[in-house]
Design a protein around this ligand. Sequence first.
Ligand SMILES: Cc1cc2nc3c(=O)[nH]c(=O)nc-3n(C[C@H](O)[C@H](O)[C@H](O)COP(=O)(O)OP(=O)(O)OC[C@H]3O[C@@H](n4cnc5c(N)ncnc54)[C@H](O)[C@@H]3O)c2cc1C
Length: 330
Amino acid sequence: MHRRYLLKTAATAAALSVLPMRKIWAADVPAINLDGDSISLDKKDVRDFANSLNGIVLEPDSAGYDIARQIWNRYWDRKPALIARCTSVDDVVSAVKFARAHDLLTAVRCGGHSMSGKGMCDGGLVIDLSYMNNVEIDVENKTASVQGGAQLGDLDRKALPFGLATTAGVVSHTGVGGLTLGGGMGRLQRRFGLAIDNVLGVELVTAEGKVITANAKENPDLYWGVRGGGGNFGIVTKFLFRLHPMNPMVINFGFSFPHERGEGCFETLLRLLDGSGPGSIPAGWHLHARRWHWRCQHWRKLFWATIKRRPRPSAFARLWKSDAGQRLSY
Ligand SMILES: Cc1cc2nc3c(=O)[nH]c(=O)nc-3n(C[C@H](O)[C@H](O)[C@H](O)COP(=O)(O)OP(=O)(O)OC[C@H]3O[C@@H](n4cnc5c(N)ncnc54)[C@H](O)[C@@H]3O)c2cc1C
């Protein structure tokens, strides 16, 4: 063996023996703590955390990371240090404990519809609940047990075949989690109240990583708080909703009529929507202009404002009369 080669090999071996092996195999994971300071997570801790989950942990170089960090409002292009895709309550507990142990900035993602991008964070841990989307319907007791990462469509798809429903939002891919914890408005609210009015209880992981139940009997203060308090009281892993009998048939129609008969048409429509008309089939309708006219916007606004308060056909009549001679289609 060459003398020079021997010396080189020996020197390399000596250097390696004093360096911790983890530093050679992989760099630590840069992250941000709760004070906004840069920290680095030990790669071994991250690996142990990932191994403790039934779900997976995505890092910036993992396949699927860029898709997993996308949220509805594309204005936010946030790059978390880790995304924990939880599939069970135990996963959520492990994620909370990991975040706590490292004082790590944390975001909770359900449907990803937060306008202000709260379901994603830069440099922190995202606890992604979107794979926890199971819904179970108890037809006899008219309740739905909904996992904390489900979307509104998951709930409706399971409940409607039994002729049951509860108030949820208007877009099927909004998260049950964020919508309900914030109050939850929807098309059925005039009949059944807000989404929170129909929450009978929750299962929740606290910031200490404890799993607790809150309902009218157990932890009633917390039960009060989560109904409107957003994600501030813990991570809800299960909601129990009250369901209501609901005709799954919905009439959806466009409203188009000659200008001179508008007043009568609106009165009929308002009577139907007021429930005093024939039948109780839920109706979805849209008023659309065949061609744009400034008055179309005006009409629409007035129509919605009136519906939201109380049908007042006279308001339409006034506007209608002021528009004499102008033929409009909606
Ligand atoms: C297209 C669109 C349509 C909408 N329509 C309606 C509507 O009809 N009615 C209505 O009331 N609102 C509506 N919203 C508003 C929507 O309800 C809120 O933005 C809500 O926060 C979105 O919830 P998410 O789970 O999808 O969002 P995410 O971004 O996933 O979550 C937002 C925040 O909610 C909290 N959170 C979510 N899930 C949980 C959980 N399981 N446990 C603890 N905290 C949790 C977290 O703090 C999270 O950061 C709409 C929004 C959009 C973008």
